[in-house]
Design a protein around this ligand. Structure first.
Ligand code: ATP
Length: 254
């Protein structure tokens, strides 16, 4: 996979991170770095704490212990204003990329732009909306409403809506969930293209092995509250560790 912009600079640095909910010890000493220009896949079974991890990265939850440094700042130490500024640099692609049903694609994309960036002219707004729609291959849908689009198209528009603010980091939460196999391949391809076109660094959380193989420069396998193994797809799944073998065997791979 292409290593176009890896510089060794860490955009996310997580060290010895712990998070519990009462007696439920979800994260138990997680270490992870995300380099600039890198796509890291966090792979793990349902309920292993993948979403909790990205919520801590986004400052939506605080860790109990350990460091979570994003773009050079410890997230748990930020005040509301600093958090808002940081979140503008982080794009989230949520599982249910909730578009506004009553708005056209154009209006859905304009919304984050005018809300977050002051004094844009109409021409600048149009140019940015059209450019991002072109990047996700859906310029022709600009005047449609979400109910007229397929699940895969809605997912792409959700990603476009995030990209329009030119985030430095993208967090994808189960990007292929609920999509048919061909659409999954298209979304995987889009995630790789986004990295190349927008120079983002991304964390992709999934339990889809094909998605992991296609999109990840590195895979981090979360199990029992820790990363059991981190490396390329081949390095992780060449492992003899029985829990990794069993994860592989129980997940269909194309
Ligand atoms: N705010 C919360 N309060 C209490 N428990 C929580 C909270 N958030 C998550 N949990 C618990 O933490 C565990 C990990 O949840 P998480 O959503 O991170 O799993 P996941 O790996 O993302 O799973 P999935 O793939 O199903 O989304 C679950 O048992 C969940 O019930």
């Amino acid at each position: 996979m292409e290593d176009f912009a890896k510089t060794g600079e860490h955009v996310i640095e997580i060290r010895d991170l712990y998070k519990s909910f009462g007696d439920l010890h979800v994260l138990r000493g997680v270490d992870l770095t995300l380099e600039k220009g890198e796509n890291v896949v966090v792979l793990g079974r349902s309920g292993t704490g993948k979403s909790v991890l990205i919520k801590i990265i986004a400052g939506l939850l605080n860790q109990d212990r350990g460091d979570c440094i994003v773009l050079g700042k410890e997230v748990s130490q930020l005040n509301e204003k600093e958090l808002r500024e940081l979140r503008l640099k982080i794009g989230f692609s949520f599982q249910n990329s909730a578009l506004y049903d009553s708005m056209t694609v154009r209006e859905n994309l304009e919304f984050p732009l005018v809300r977050n960036i002051a004094n844009l002219t109409r021409a600048e707004i149009n140019e940015q909306v059209e450019s991002v729609l072109d990047a996700v291959g859906l310029l022709q849908t600009i005047n449609q409403v979400p109910s007229e689009l397929s699940g895969g198209q809605r997912k792409r528009i959700g990603i476009a809506r995030t990209l329009i603010l030119k985030p430095e980091i993208m967090l994808y939460d189960e990007p292929t969930a609920g999509l048919d196999p061909i659409t999954c391949l298209e979304i995987n391809q889009l995630i790789v293209e986004v990295k190349e076109k927008y120079h983002t660094s991304s964390i992709i959380i999934t339990h889809d092995l094909t998605c992991a193989r296609e999109t990840g420069d590195r895979i981090a396998m979360l199990l029992d509250g820790k990363f059991l193994k981190t490396g390329t797809f081949e390095e992780v799944f060449e492992s003899d560790e029985p829990r990794i073998k069993s994860f592989y065997d129980y997940n269909f791979i194309q």
